[in-house]
Design a protein around this ligand. Sequence first.
Ligand SMILES: Cc1cc2nc3c(=O)[nH]c(=O)nc-3n(C[C@H](O)[C@H](O)[C@H](O)COP(=O)(O)OP(=O)(O)OC[C@H]3O[C@@H](n4cnc5c(N)ncnc54)[C@H](O)[C@@H]3O)c2cc1C
Length: 512
Amino acid sequence: MQLSTGDAEAPGRGPRVLVVGGGIAGLSAAQRLYQHGAFPHLRVLEATARTGGRIRSERKFGGMVDMGAQWIHGPSQGNPVFQLAAQYGLLGDKEMSEENQQVEMGGHLGLPYVSYGSSGQSVSPELVENMASLFYTLLDQTREFLHVTDPPVPSVGEYLKQEVGRHAASWTEDQDTKKLKLAVLKSFFNLECCVSGTHTMDLVALGPFGEYTMLPGLDCTFPEGYEGLTNCIAASLPKDILVFNKPVKTIHWSGSFREETLPGETFPVLVECEDGDRLPAHHVIVTVPLGFLKERMDTFFQPPLPSEKAEAIRKMGFGTNNKIFLEFEEPFWEADCQSMQLVWEDALLLEDAAADLQDTWVRKLFGFLVLPTFGSGHVLCGFIAGLESEFMETLSDEEVLQSLTRVLRRMTGNPQLPAPRSVLRSCWHSDPYTRGSYSYVAVGSTGDDIDLLAQPLPGDNTEAQLQILFAGEATHRTFYSTTHGALLSGRREADRLISLLDAKGQPPQPRP
Ligand SMILES: Cc1cc2nc3c(=O)[nH]c(=O)nc-3n(C[C@H](O)[C@H](O)[C@H](O)COP(=O)(O)OP(=O)(O)OC[C@H]3O[C@@H](n4cnc5c(N)ncnc54)[C@H](O)[C@@H]3O)c2cc1C
């Protein structure tokens, strides 16, 4: 592959920068560097045939559905994704309204419209509301351990269960009602596993949990799909900057590499691609997901990463959250129903994944959101996290459809409930270039590990500075797991390179 772009390729006219990964982090880094103007030799190497990464919208059911990111979390002026979406005209009037931007959600989701119990009876809304209130009060408390040197228990899950136990001790109802309350709480735990992208909240570290920062604004979606945003960023770049179907195999760094067409010039980094191409560079911005790094870091970097960075990657959390869309001929829900919760009445709060997932995986599904009515169908979107979610990925569409039909017939108490006419689901864990959904701060790690991952290489003040830079959602200490965290991380690393260039006295040539 040639990286030449005519005149701009003349040696000595600015550093060669390669961005690995064309998700929102990689695209934002490239956009920033391109706009600066002093980086004529810029390429984004993307493993797949598309940009967007975990932002992926598909035309389906007569509308657009998002297989990955769905909401702008905290859509207000302090959120760069909101700002950019507004600038590109991708949001509706309601999302843009001042009123929307001022809502403080505190990370809490609204109450389900209906909670189906596994006995086929719906659970009393009052009981659900009380349990939601208890759950979110306790969850808020977990954020208060941020500056506590010795939190009472290691994980958010253990803290929540301990406190639920204390509350339950004072419940005065009959045994069945108490059991039902715990089963409803279990469903909220399942939901929180989706939010945190983890198998169990017992894996999520208590001390650092409060470091994740929430922005004001009522979470909103993109009417035409989230991918419109990454498409707009990609469209702001010249076409030849984006190189598709170019998986990177190994990044050789701390070397002295040459290219035939540029005799006399040496480069500290060489990017080796799966197709055999070898691309020398001065700087490489790595934006691949943490799941990919966990699996491949031993062969992805040559020489290997310094031990403390490798250890941080091993310790940090990265789990799976998937969506399952079901399309129905006719809705079985009320016209104003926006979400439904599934409550397994025999569920025990302390119970974790059963050994045999074949029969039990569906129990991890929190429930469904009702999507706005599409042209041709009525669509529910279910969320499922953890090992059960990864097991679901191994099943066929037909098996998933049949299992969920059985669940819905049981929960609604209607054995004749028509089966959905089609199913669509994400499989983020099986995706070789993602290997899961998003990051969290796991027990045994802290925000310092996020910062360690974000540190460029080499760490010392060698001549060839900033050979490898790290961006991506998992490198943002307070907005990890989000699109805005990913976007900011890309800009952060671009700015780091720009500062280096400024320090060397190379003038920018800003582009419009
Ligand atoms: C189901 C789900 C729901 C979500 N919901 C939300 C939400 O509602 N709101 C929100 O803010 N966030 C949400 N997120 C998280 C959000 O999607 C991510 O945080 C964000 O998109 C990550 O962007 P990124 O650029 O860091 O990584 P990615 O988007 O993963 O981009 C990395 C890119 O690197 C490429 N790549 C990997 N390996 C290689 C290689 N070897 N060579 C070349 N290229 C490579 C990949 O193909 C990919 O395109 C959700 C994610 C999922 C999975």
